[in-house]
Ligand binder design. Structure first.
Ligand code: GYE
Length: 306
């Protein structure tokens, strides 16, 4: 780790693991909590963390990974902003014998030897849970349900999978119609902007499905701005369960939240230690998550960690 001051680590007893971590950005409350979790757990685990923020750009992540390879870090962890286009740089890490851990988001590389493990949520399952709530909510109605969807960052694993899981469940009943679906890039500002456009072009929207809380929160501002009541005139389902989302759920402005935990730091550090020692790790570690209704949000809010 901090070996330069003492003239190199060879024989110096400095066996601190150095991790290069490339974060997606700071686009959402989820991301902020995730960054905090990674930084705090690195400290607790005695891991020397080199951290970079890619501002939602793949090219920045590739640059960061290349610089970690050059610095000969012990392990690289990253949360890939989009799923495709990683083979070349991952091959470079492999050639340099630096193990890679995927955290939070997946890549679509066919060659799974390019990374040791993938730690994070099952986003398809999250989408299914969102769809299931809707199916249950409208089980006694035969009327058409007009749905608008705010997708996450285009090409990202959570956007692809949350869309797919949701669609799979609701497509069982033709009364569910997704009348508009567009990316809000996982941000509040974009969520608001896109929802404003949805409201202008669609006079009858029954449901909003937003791939994260932040976009849902932005959309709530747009809905209120249009003189409608979020949670009543338009029902809202989101994913994450960050503090502000849970507050809006408890306040009745959101109807249902599918939890996605950002607290991946401790498990990431454990996996990193094992991988650096050359120990076997499971190729996939799935985070455990729940769902929240408005009542459940009121109960859970005081003890939420993010
Ligand atoms: O849901 C969203 C964030 O990759 C699971 O990214 C993460 C997603 C999360 O911007 O809020």
């Amino acid at each position: 780790g901090d070996s330069s001051a003492s003239g190199g680590s060879a024989g110096g007893g400095d066996d601190k693991i150095v991790m290069g971590f490339s974060q997606v950005g700071a686009e959402s409350g989820w991301r902020t909590a995730n960054t905090k979790s990674v930084q705090e757990s690195a400290k607790e685990a005695g891991i020397d963390l080199k951290f970079s923020d890619a501002q939602q750009k793949q090219e920045n992540q590739i640059k960061a990974i290349r610089s970690y390879i050059q610095q000969k870090v012990d392990v690289i962890a990253f949360s890939p902003v989009v799923e495709s286009g990683w083979d070349t740089v991952l091959k470079e890490a492999q050639n340099a014998k630096i193990p890679v851990i995927l955290t939070d988001r997946a890549v679509d590389s066919k060659d799974t030897s390019l990374y040791k493990t993938f730690l994070g949520s099952d986003f398809v399952e999250e989408g299914k849970k969102a769809g299931q709530w809707l199916v249950d909510e409208y089980k006694d109605s035969k009327d058409t349900v007009n749905i608008v969807e705010l997708q996450g960052t285009t090409g990202s694993a959570p956007a692809n999978d949350r869309k797919a899981g949701f669609s799979e469940i609701i497509s069982a009943d033709p009364k569910f119609k997704v009348i508009a679906s567009q990316s809000g890039d996982f941000t509040r500002a974009k969520g608001k902007e896109v929802m404003e456009a949805f409201l202008k072009s669609n006079p009858k929207i029954d449901v909003l499905y937003a791939h994260n809380d932040d976009m849902g929160l932005g959309a709530i501002e747009a809905i209120e701005g249009a003189g409608k009541v979020p949670g009543k005139d338009i029902k809202i389902i989101t994913v994450d369960a960050v503090h502000d989302g849970m507050q809006a759920l408890a306040d009745g402005k959101i109807n249902y939240i599918v939890e996605c935990s950002p607290l991946l730091g401790p498990q990431l550090m454990d996996l990193a230690k094992k991988v650096v020692k050359g120990e076997q790790v499971p190729p996939r570690v799935v985070t455990e998550e729940t769902t929240f209704t408005q009542e459940q949000a009121k109960e859970a809010l005081p003890n939420r960690k993010y």
